[in-house]
Design a protein around this ligand. Structure first.
Ligand code: NAP
Length: 320
């Protein structure tokens, strides 16, 4: 049996040190999962901040230098960069190393990364279903993954021991782990994450483009519901551009269904069909109860926000 005092990995390399990369480091340090954590980012500023905050022990200007000699390499960059970075680091990956990622889309990442993975290196794609609208190394925190799901999408034939080791890693970071096929992941996330973000981006822009209601009125009266969409719509534009470019089919499928349901609502409003509206709103309310029962949000009113005269409103459940 493994000695609990011995870290799970000697050397973890984080390629990308933003919200997710830095949160992995904080949670890995909390659980003593690595002897050394190194990282690379696009800009020297991010590397300097990550060193200052003790997120990494050593920083490198290139992904290739960071990945060299690591026994766990985690790609924590926007989805569209995973393929090119896998190609860059492939020659230096240590035999026996596990290569994984945290990207919000899985089919395209498996397609783009797997061909570059050298024999003897175990590639297991992954996606923690946890986040906030914040970006960058300062935004990470150790508790981000606590009680949240992490989905792993290994290809058939991947060594079981490598999958199990990565599963243990995520469990020690605080997550529950589920294994599924990449395409199924993309369909599930299209409705639970990608479409809600698309709706938020759209409604915020629709409000911003109104001519007969002023911008200041939109902001001033935002607590009527709009405010909660603005939080999601504040998410990183590069990350979300890549999600929609790489999960096109599943998102278009869900968007089609959404449009049909929206048309049904529009029709009920137009014809004063209160019975239909009441039924649809009641069904939706039941889903919220399920989310709370599953431990994926707080039952506190208004997401646990408490009025704080000094700092405005505080959020008790700020997960995207
Ligand atoms: P983030 O905070 O914006 O961090 C992205 C990191 O990638 C930064 O360190 C950035 O470096 C680095 N990067 C960008 N371009 C690079 C390049 N060409 N070479 C090397 N590094 C580069 O993003 P994040 O929220 O952590 O998201 C990272 C991944 O996690 C994405 O694939 C996303 O789909 C996935 N994810 C996000 C969430 C969420 O809620 N945010 C949840 C689950 C999964 P600089 O700082 O130097 O620019």
């Amino acid at each position: 049996m493994a000695d609990p005092a011995t870290p799970l990995f000697e050397r973890i390399a984080l390629i990308g040190i933003g919200l997710i990369g830095s949160s992995i480091s904080h949670a890995a340090r909390r659980a003593n999962l690595a002897k050394t954590i190194v990282g690379s980012a696009r800009t020297p500023e991010t590397i300097a901040t990550a060193l200052k905050l003790d997120i990494i022990d050593q920083g490198y200007a290139t992904a290739r230098d960071a990945a060299s000699g690591a026994d766990l390499v985690i790609l924590c960059v926007p989805v569209g960069l995973c393929g090119p970075i896998a190609k860059e680091i492939a020659p230096v990956l240590k035999p026996g190393a596990i290569l994984t990622d945290v990207g919000s889309v899985k089919g395209s990442i498996v397609r783009d990364v797997a061909p570059h993975v050298p024999p003897g290196v175990h590639f297991v794609a992954g996606h923690p279903i946890a986040g906030t609208e914040q970006s960058g190394p300062e935004s990470g925190f150790a508790e981000l993954f606590d009680g949240r799901w992490c989905i792993l999408t290994p290809e058939a034939g991947t060594e079981t021991a490598a999958i199990e080791k990565l599963k243990t890693f995520w469990e020690k970071l605080g997550s529950h782990v589920e294994i599924m096929a990449p395409d199924h992941h993309d369909l599930v996330l299209a409705i639970t994450s990608h479409l809600p973000h698309l709706i938020a981006f759209n409604i915020v822009n629709t409000a911003a483009h109104l001519e007969r209601v002023t911008d200041s009125e939109v902001i001033k009266f935002s607590a009527g519901g709009f405010r909660d969409f603005t939080r999601i719509a504040a998410s990183d534009p590069v990350m979300w551009r890549d999600v929609f470019l790489n999960n096109k089919d599943a998102v278009l499928e869900m968007l089609g269904r959404f449009s049909e349901d929206l048309t049904a609502l529009q029709r009920a409003i137009r014809f004063g069909d209160g019975e239909t509206l009441h039924k649809l709103f009641s069904d939706a309310r039941t889903v919220r109860r399920g989310v709370i029962q599953a431990g994926q949000d707080t039952s506190a009113p208004n997401f646990g926000r408490t009025p704080d005269p000094a700092a405005g409103l505080k959020s008790g459940a700020d997960k995207a």
